[in-house]
Design a protein around this ligand. Sequence first.
Ligand SMILES: Nc1nc2c([nH]c(=O)n2[C@H]2C[C@H](O)[C@@H](COP(=O)(O)OP(=O)(O)OP(=O)(O)O)O2)c(=O)[nH]1
Length: 149
Amino acid sequence: MGTSLADLAEDRPVVDVAVGVLIDGDGRFLLTSRPEGKVYAGYWEFPGGKLEAGETVEQALRRELHEELGITIGAAVPWRIELVDYPHARVKLNFCKVFAWSGDFEMRERQSMSWQTLPVAEQPVLPGTVPVLQWFAEERGFTGATHAG
Ligand SMILES: Nc1nc2c([nH]c(=O)n2[C@H]2C[C@H](O)[C@@H](COP(=O)(O)OP(=O)(O)OP(=O)(O)O)O2)c(=O)[nH]1
């Protein structure tokens, strides 16, 4: 039996990522654009980043959102997990809802931020972000396209 490309893809290590879905008092959620110099630069996503050794998802999320946005989050409520195979990596996205934070938003990586509801007006949206919009649609009884393009 030979090894197919698919088998090799399955063997790629999984990179754990903590992703924050910040929701404000009006039910809007925060999207940020990926900074220059990263893969998918300019694409809109939920803020977050990779876990460092020994970190829990919540710890990584608290660190990343402080580093990237200057805020300190309260509790991170685990929502859903998604596995995405990109050409550059195989990522496990640990999405958490966040309803409380303190501090003023600062775009420390010169990214942009945008509070959105459905349908999302910003584009392009990162492929790994699209399912989250669908989960919101299901939760909120929203029908129709969740985002442009
Ligand atoms: N933050 C975030 N990442 C996402 C989302 N959807 C999605 O597929 N990803 C992917 C893109 C990247 O492959 C990975 C996150 O890695 P990253 O490069 O942003 O993480 P990082 O800030 O730790 O980056 P670095 O230190 O390596 O520069 O997860 C999302 O909604 N938010």
